[in-house]
Write a protein that binds this ligand. Structure first.
Ligand code: AHR
Length: 500
């Protein structure tokens, strides 16, 4: 297969946030997964698990979204500040009906992001919260001066304000966030976002409007139309980004399929459905283009990933699932797609960080495993903050059913600040390796380093065997002049660092 790269043609900046994450008060994501409390026997710093934070730091997580998800539109932030013993115990109605003791709140989230060294993405409550509540939360977090909320924050232990990098005005307001029509939400968005104030002139809060589910093009169009009715040149002051949610199910919501126990046909089905992300980006971006001629509105894919049936014997409301080589491919394919669309896609958050859906980490008591998805993120981190480079690969259609044929390969290429190229390739074949002959235009290749994640399609990591799938050194390549020859094994994700 031929592969062509032109390092002289730069196609956009790859925001680190394309490799963002999402953590919700859902199942064992926050509690147990990230936060165990200061009195836990599990080693922790201010309640945050040392093992998990250490593993996540290695990934260079750029941004973390919190507190939901559906939970966000039922979350009243005041319940989660102040002395822990006085915090309200509420029912987590969306996720398992369990007691939420609010011991992890705003201060704890900010501490977690500090330990991770990542940006903060707070999702506000439009569904069941008031404008005043949202406005006061922003004041509480960001105002540096004398005010009722800044004083309360200081009383609660944080004299200094924090930085809120991103703020979502509602979540899935077409569904769990209030079952609204796009016009109704669009008007609410205009109103609520007015009070998401920038208290510091040099610290703009990037405002994210609730966008559609999957292919709801009507929602995208109507929300933009509703928010657009304003002085034309100013309208996108209302928002910096609009979200899109797309989960990969094996068949659909009613038939999600199993995480580890799947057929070869289902391997291709899930990969085909993953590739649909590109159609969604193209179509939604075309709608945004109609309203945003200057290309300023970001598409923020703040929930994506595989969604299977829960692991047998676990709480159905906790969405706990295993993660195989198939998920590694899903991650690699999506991250390649995001890179290729970095002109419009400025952030993407896989769901969810620990123990929920397509996680990078699973925990069981004091044990922790890194999933195949973790290892893919660890290789793709080399794209963060790079320039996307022009690249094209020859592909052939493969698969077992006519409706679920896929290209055998996907790729993306970027250049880092030192001029090195980072090539990431996915081989979607369940069985076949491919020889690839790449040409790097007008370049002399000086050195190549490779690393790879892959294996038999069902392979995964368990608490007893945590290293079945891991990153391995890759050396099956050869180079001379401007030609790079690589043989990529079946069902694998590959990263090559090329010095030219
Ligand atoms: O990630 C799980 C849920 O999926 C989120 O809470 C919601 O936004 C989406 O429907």
């Amino acid at each position: 297969m031929k592969f062509y790269i032109n390092p002289k043609i730069k196609k956009g900046h790859i925001n680190p946030e394309l490799q963002g994450h999402f953590s919700e008060h859902l199942g064992r994501c926050i509690y147990e997964g990230l936060y165990v409390g200061e009195n836990s026997k599990i080693p922790n710093v201010k309640g945050m698990r040392k093992d998990v934070v250490g593993a996540l730091k290695e990934l260079q997580i750029p941004v973390l979204r919190w507190p939901g998800g559906c939970f966000a539109d039922e979350y009243h932030w005041m319940d989660g500040v102040g002395p822990k013993k006085d915090r309200k115990k509420i029912i987590n109605t969306h996720w398992g009906g369990v007691t939420e003791d609010n011991s992890f709140g705003t201060h704890e989230f900010m501490e977690l992001c500090k330990q991770l060294g990542c940006k903060t993405y707070i999702n506000g409550n439009v569904g069941s919260g008031t404008v005043r509540e949202m406005s006061e939360w922003v004041e509480y977090m960001t105002f540096d001066g004398v005010s009722p909320m800044a004083d309360l924050r200081a009383k609660n232990g944080s004299k200094k304000p924090w930085k809120v990098d991103y703020f979502g005005v509602g979540n899935e307001n077409w569904g769990c966030g209030g079952n609204m029509t796009p016009e109704y939400y669009g008007n609410l968005y205009r109103r609520y976002q007015t009070y998401v104030r920038d208290y510091k002139a040099d610290e703009h809060i990037f405002k994210i409007c609730c966008g559609p589910n999957v292919d709801d093009y009507n929602w995208m169009d109507r929300v933009l139309y509703t928010t657009h009715r304003c002085a034309e040149e100013k309208w996108h002051g209302f928002m910096d980004g609009i979200s899109l949610h797309y989960y990969t199910f094996t068949d659909g919501w009613e038939k999600k399929g199993r995480a580890t126990d799947f057929t070869e046909k289902e391997w291709y089905k899930v990969l085909k459905k993953t590739l649909y992300m590109e159609d969604l980006i193209n179509h939604h971006a075309a709608i945004i283009d109609r309203y945003d001629k200057a290309g300023k509105i970001a598409l923020v894919i703040d929930e994506w990933g595989t969604w299977y049936e829960v692991e047998p014997g676990t709480n159905p409301g906790f969405l706990y699932q295993q993660n195989t080589v198939r998920d590694a491919l899903v991650a690699g394919i999506n991250l390649n797609i995001f890179n290729k669309h970095c002109d419009r896609v400025k952030m993407a958050n896989i769901a969810q960080l620990v123990n929920v859906l397509q996680s990078v980490i699973l925990t069981d008591g004091d044990k922790m495993v890194k999933t195949p998805t973790y290892h893919v993120f660890n290789m793709y981190k080399h794209h963060q903050d790079n320039e996307l480079v022009d690249s094209h690969i020859e592909t052939e259609e493969i698969g077992l059913e006519s409706d679920f044929m896929v290209p055998n390969l996907t790729e993306s290429v970027s250049m880092d600040s030192k001029g090195k190229l980072h090539i990431t390739l996915t081989n979607l074949s369940s069985k076949k390796a491919y020889s690839i002959e790449g040409v790097i235009a007008e370049s002399k290749i000086k050195d190549v380093k490779g690393e790879i994640v892959g294996g038999e399609i069902h392979e995964h990591n368990t608490f007893d065997k945590p290293e079945t799938v891991k990153t391995k050194e890759f050396t099956d390549f050869d180079f001379k002049g401007d030609v790079l020859k690589v043989k990529i094994p079946a069902s694998s994700v590959l990263h090559l660092e090329v010095t030219i």
